[in-house]
Ligand binder design. Structure first.
Ligand code: CP
Length: 317
């Protein structure tokens, strides 16, 4: 490795709990005065290497770098890159290291961004690897939870839908398990339960209370956060199973009557059918605000990985 200080974000635990809080403080400050950060990355470039489709992650990364006064380059599909000719991730990142200052990579294969980081001379950010992790979505989720609830501690958090393939859920549990007084309600059909390794790595060793249930309605009244997820069609082996499970949970305005008045509904998006449109106007619906927070938190992340956050002091309100 040429740069001793080179840092990547591959796993949600790559940053300590204290570093996460500092990053969220920076993101809050950016959200309150985004224009004051223009120019921080002047003359720098972000590469977005997306081997899998994306709207929010790729475009919010690009918006983040543009907001910081930098520039972006990259590809949005594997087909439009030399991966289609058989080029390896290792060779690609060696080349991109000479073209950009930092890169965000999404890949269908679990572990691909980690492998890239081993060959990279620039910070690599995991923008989602298969059904494994999505750490920058987690930063977005943490920022939204903290802004809505004032804290990341002492909450009952319901995660609902495809808990098996949903990488955002795996990353969020992994990250939240470091905060105090949390309780998880894992709501899914039997076939889409949270992988055992996620429970065994994050919850069981720390004695963090959790339950696995199938009814959304029964769980609603106790939740402070409801994190809805899409059934991940692209990870299913056969279409029949997807069709059978895809509408397992549909949150509606009627069901929202069962929830606490200050519960927040999050969803990493895209949604398909799991949140009815009649929920969108409910003040508890936080998912579009969450997508917007993704820009601020990625601005903070780019600054942090490039060492441009140093010397900045924030006070979390
Ligand atoms: N939440 C999220 O990862 O969305 P995209 O797939 O659109 O990037």
């Amino acid at each position: 490795m040429e740069h001793t200080k080179l840092r990547h974000l591959i796993d949600p635990l790559d940053f300590s709990a204290e570093e996460i809080i500092r990053l969220l403080d920076l993101a809050d400050d950016i959200a309150s005065s985004p224009k004051s950060y223009y120019g921080v990355c002047e003359g720098m470039k972000l590469a977005t290497l997306f081997y899998e489709p994306s709207t929010r992650t790729r475009l919010s990364f690009e918006a983040a770098m543009l907001n910081l006064g930098g520039k972006t380059l990259g590809f949005a599909t594997a087909d439009s890159s030399s991966a289609s000719k058989g080029e390896s991730v290792a060779d690609t990142i060696r080349v991109i290291s000479g073209y950009a200052d930092i890169c965000a990579m999404r890949h269908p294969k679990e572990g691909a961004p980690l492998r890239a980081s081993h060959y990279s001379r620039i910070p690599v950010i995991n923008a989602g690897d298969g059904g494994h992790q999505h750490p920058t979505q987690t930063l977005t989720d943490l920022m939204t939870i903290r802004r809505r609830k004032g804290s990341l501690s002492g909450l009952t958090i319901g995660l609902c839908g495809d808990l098996k393939f949903g990488r955002t859920v795996h990353s969020l549990i992994r990250s939240l398990a470091r905060y105090e007084g949390l309780r998880f309600v894992l709501i899914s059909p039997d076939e889409l339960k949270t992988p055992r390794y996620v429970l065994e790595e994050s919850l069981i060793p720390k004695g963090i209370p959790f339950c696995e249930v199938s009814s959304l309605e029964d769980s609603m009244p106790e939740l402070d956060i409801l994190y809805m997820t899409r059934v991940q069609r692209e990870r299913f082996f056969n279409e029949e199973d997807y069709v059978r499970l895809k509408d397992s949970y549909i949150l509606t305005a009627e069901k929202m009557k069962l929830a606490k008045p200050d519960m927040a509904v999050l969803h990493p998006l895209p949604r398909v059918n799991e949140i009815a449109l009649d929920v969108d106007d409910d003040p508890r619906a936080a998912y579009f605000e969450q997508a917007q927070n993704g820009v601020y938190v990625r601005m903070a992340l780019i600054m942090t990985l490039l060492g441009l956050d140093e010397g900045r002091v924030f006070q979390h309100a």
